[in-house]
Design a protein around this ligand. Structure first.
Ligand code: CUA
Length: 412
């Protein structure tokens, strides 16, 4: 029996406080929705614990009280009865009662999570705290973000603030929201089922093709929250991450204005300017939009502010020192973030583009295996032509890629 002790120690070693409060811990709620979900979970845990002790205690009592005693091996079995109807009915009623006890807070929580607060109440108007320009029809509403799931990244749109796909400006992978404000989240998918989950703020709600789901979130502390797709969606499901950056309302307004502004032009004659030319010539611009420079693309992530983000590749490659950030995250302090390291950012851009099968040698053979995000579609695009499905590959040499990376680094 003693072998159980080291096994238990091994299993429970994962339950240190640092782990509980870690970057994707649902045990460390930072907003009302996550709090409600955590409360329902804990209510279920405590009730289950009481039942476990009662049932387990009765079992242990029966095993000890009615165990075989010395000299009883050949004794006849005791008299068998039908049972005790009072006890049986009593236990059924107790089971029903405990299910009701769990059902009440569960149903309450379901309604709470579904009903976007303040939406029906005129008192709280978006324009009352958001000082930037708000579409007239949006005043009087709670801030809305449309979340679109793609294989394997998230696109965020702010319809009231003019940041939409149709308005030729959307936000990939790093969703920014104001602190302490309820935000309505509309969820849909453009390919397969995904699931939206920010463990410390709220989750999980599925993004389902052909269907609109919604939820609301609110984060009460500023900081950097880790999100994750929580529904298997193909090759790179595990690498489909996102960030929720919570800032003060004034900072949020400034962020929106920055997103709307056209991307800065690279200096003429520079390596970045050469990269910009390649971005067009090598068809990157057919899928990726850069505000004010390349407006045609819409299939891939919007790159207008790609260098201003802390991550790349669906938030899978982080531009911050991972060891330093990990030790901060383990303390559960979402506020603390390590600054972006430009050298790491440059290396991540090169690795991501290279590993997408774009980077080739003189013979046209890919130089780096597709190891960042298996299955990603960056290196080719398909078109329906008269002759049927055509597949076209985009390729870059090392020099060309360096120039493109330099160009992307100017987009901030
Ligand atoms: Cu998207 Cu898993």
């Amino acid at each position: 029996m003693l072998w159980i002790l080291p096994l238990a120690a091994l299993i429970l070693s994962g339950c240190s406080k640092a782990e509980w409060m870690g970057r994707q811990s649902a045990m460390d709620p930072k907003g009302p929705v996550a709090q409600v979900q955590f409360d329902v979970f804990m209510a279920t845990v405590w009730l289950s614990l009481v039942l476990f002790v009662l049932v387990g205690g009765a079992l242990v009592y029966a095993v000890i009280r009615y165990r075989e005693r010395a000299g009883q091996a050949d004794a006849p079995p005791p008299e068998q009865g039908h049972g005790n109807p009072l006890v049986e009915i009593g236990l059924i009623m107790a089971s029903v009662a405990s299910l009701v006890v769990i059902a009440i807070p569960t149903l309450e929580a379901i309604w709470y999570v579904d009903d976007v607060p303040e939406e029906s109440r005129p008192a709280s108007k978006l324009s009352a705290w958001y000082k930037g320009k708000v579409a007239p029809e949006a005043a009087g509403e709670v801030l809305t973000i449309d979340v679109i799931g793609k294989q394997w990244w998230f696109r965020f749109e702010y319809p009231q603030l003019g940041l939409t796909q149709q308005g030729k400006r959307s936000i990939p992978n790093e969703m920014v929201i104001p602190r302490g404000k309820a935000v309505r989240i509309n969820l849909r998918s453009e390919d397969v089922i995904h699931s939206f989950w920010i463990p410390k703020v709220a989750g999980k709600v599925d993004l389902i093709p052909g269907r609109r789901n919604h939820m609301w979130i609110q984060a009460d502390e500023t900081g950097h929250y880790y999100g994750q797709c929580a529904e298997f969606c193909g090759d790179s499901h595990a690498y489909m991450l996102f960030r929720c950056v919570v800032v003060e309302p004034e900072e949020f307004a400034a962020w929106v204005e920055r997103q709307k502004a056209p991307a800065p032009e690279p200096v003429a004659g520079s390596l970045a300017a050469k990269g910009k030319g390649l971005f067009a010539a090598k068809t990157c611009a057919m899928c990726h939009r850069v505000a004010g420079q390349f407006e045609a693309g819409g299939f891939g992530p919007d790159l207008s502010r790609v260098a201003a983000r802390t991550t790349l590749a669906g938030a899978w490659l982080d531009h911050r020192d991972p060891a330093a950030q990990m030790s901060l995250d383990a303390k559960g302090n979402t506020e603390a973030t390590v600054p972006v390291d430009p050298a790491r950012q440059r290396a991540n851009l090169a690795r991501w583009i290279g590993s997408s099968g774009v980077l080739v040698d003189a013979a046209g053979k890919p130089l780096i295996p597709q190891d960042v995000k298996p299955g990603n579609r960056m290196h080719y695009y398909k078109m329906f032509g008269v002759a049927g499905l055509r597949e076209t590959r985009t390729t870059l040499t090392q020099e060309e890629m360096d120039a493109v990376v330099e160009y992307l680094m100017t987009l901030r």
